[in-house]
Design a binder for this molecule. Structure first.
Ligand code: AMP
Ligand code: MG
Length: 349
């Protein structure tokens, strides 16, 4: 398949390009596009064949449901069964933005889009290109992250091209993703709202609107017998090719531990990478050193991590060590993704 690649001004998308992209989606085709979280791979959410194409293009298991993106609050009603009062409060506070809500689905949403579930995940993104594309596409765009399944989510147009050139009809290349991690997912179908996936909208922010909201128990990696409720969370996601370990503890002992392990790995002929706070980068001996931002700045770390993981692959790194970060706020989302990238391999130094 020939993929049209269009550069686009994120703040002022060319209406002719958006119209062409919308026509592709209305015709059952696929368009990758920027959002404030990560780049998405969009198809018509109400067209089962378009959803099947998304799974095929990504190589994604078809029981892993897609998020339906809207660009107008009045489009929520037709695709959902009941919308609890709390949804309106959350939407008023966080939409448009990086929050996905799960509702009972109406018959208009095909099971192919929801991975066979009778619930539907809905997000109203704030990125102007995403909004323009959704409106040009008829109002409902199903879009998972625009990476090949198992690769880190793309936060730059060039990574979308790397993964999907030749597999989709069009790629819209705009700015780098402002947030860099996928949306927070909150399930509103059980008695009390539950966070199925942590993200930029944190537990603390959600509690200001719904004091009873809690994190899904399956997210706590300390209890592997409890399965996460969001189907996608069970897959090994966001994985670099290299063998990755997270090292937690006090700064100096973490540095000493990592340098010792790197010396061992290098003497076995392996290429080693480190992901660490900018302030400590110089204290490491490694083939590739990537600064995650100022120590403790989880928002900056979130913005950078997926590009860094991809760079580790591009540089042929075999063994990766990453410093851990404190939980809480955006740190929870950052550590959630880092833990998955490392296949849950965490040590204390
Ligand atoms: P992605 O768009 O690649 O970030 O993946 C979307 C993720 O949202 C899926 O992997 C699921 O974990 C979650 N999700 C989507 N729809 C539902 C749903 N109806 N119920 C629970 N989780 C969902
Ligand atoms: Mg994804």
């Amino acid at each position: 398949m020939k993929t049209v690649i269009a550069n686009i001004d994120s703040n002022n998308p060319d209406p002719a390009v958006m119209e062409a992209a919308g026509r592709i989606i209305r015709g059952g085709g696929l368009v990758a596009f920027p959002t404030e979280t990560v780049y998405g791979l969009g198809g018509d959410a109400l067209n089962p064949e378009a959803s099947a194409r998304i799974y095929e293009a990504k190589g994604r298991p078809s029981d892993n449901p897609l998020i339906v993106h809207i660009a107008d609050l009045s489009d929520l009603g037709p695709i959902t069964r009941d919308v609890p009062r709390v949804a309106h409060e959350l939407a008023g506070r966080f939409w448009p933005g990086p929050l996905t809500l799960i509702f009972g689905k109406s018959d208009r949403v095909p099971l192919q889009t929801t991975g066979g579930l009778d619930t539907v995940a809905v997000r109203f993104p704030s990125d102007p290109v995403a909004g323009a594309l959704i409106r040009a596409s008829g109002g409902y765009v199903a879009a998972p992250s625009a990476n090949l399944s198992g690769k880190p989510s793309p936060t730059r147009g060039k990574y979308v091209i790397q993964d999907l050139d030749g597999r989709v009809d069009m790629i819209l290349c705009g700015d780098d993703s402002r947030i860099g991690l996928e949306s927070t997912i909150v399930d509103l179908t059980s008695d009390e709202p539950v966070i199925l996936r942590p993200g930029y909208v944190t537990l603390e922010m959600l509690r200001e609107v719904i004091p009873t909201v809690s994190l899904d128990k399956g997210l706590a990696e300390s209890d592997p017998s409890v399965r996460p409720k969001a189907p996608g969370m069970k897959y090994r996601h966001y994985a670099p090719r290299g063998d990755m370990t997270i090292v937690e503890g006090a700064g100096p002992s973490v540095t000493a531990y990592i340098n010792r392990k790197i010396a061992e790995a290098r003497s076995a002929g392996l290429r080693c990478g480190v992901i660490a706070a900018n302030e400590r980068l110089d204290t490491y001996e490694a083939d590739l050193k990537e600064g995650i931002g100022t120590d403790g700045d989880a928002e900056e770390a979130a913005r950078r991590i997926y590009a860094i993981l991809r760079n580790m692959d591009d540089e042929g790194i075999d063994v990766i060590f990453a410093e851990g970060m404190a939980d809480g706020g955006m740190g929870t989302a950052y550590m959630n993704r880092l833990t998955k990238a490392a296949g849950h391999k965490i040590v204390r130094a």
